[in-house]
Design a protein. Structure first.
Length: 86
């Protein structure tokens, strides 16, 4: 997925859980506040927030080993890279 608007709040939460990151850890890695991350994760659809903040969260998660999967008829998802250490 290349468009930040297509990243769902639940994908952010799922990626964080798969990577076993606390919200504070991810917020620090993305240089955003924990309340901002909470709002993104709670978004019912596309992650709400400033585009640069959503991009920073996505980048931090991808750097840690998450891969965001676009909806392909079965819906969007997230998985870990083969070498990601959960």
């Amino acid at each position: 997925m290349s468009d930040n608007a297509n990243i769902l709040g639940c994908q952010i939460a799922a990626a964080r859980a798969l990577l076993r990151l606390e919200q504070a850890e991810l917020a620090k890695a993305a240089n955003i506040s924990v309340p901002t991350l909470r709002r993104m994760e709670a978004s019912p659809g596309a992650a709400l927030g400033m585009a640069n903040n959503v991009a920073a969260v996505r980048s931090a998660l991808e750097t840690a080993g998450a891969i965001f999967i676009a909806g392909n008829g079965e819906g969007p998802g997230v998985r870990l890279k083969k070498d990601a250490a959960p």
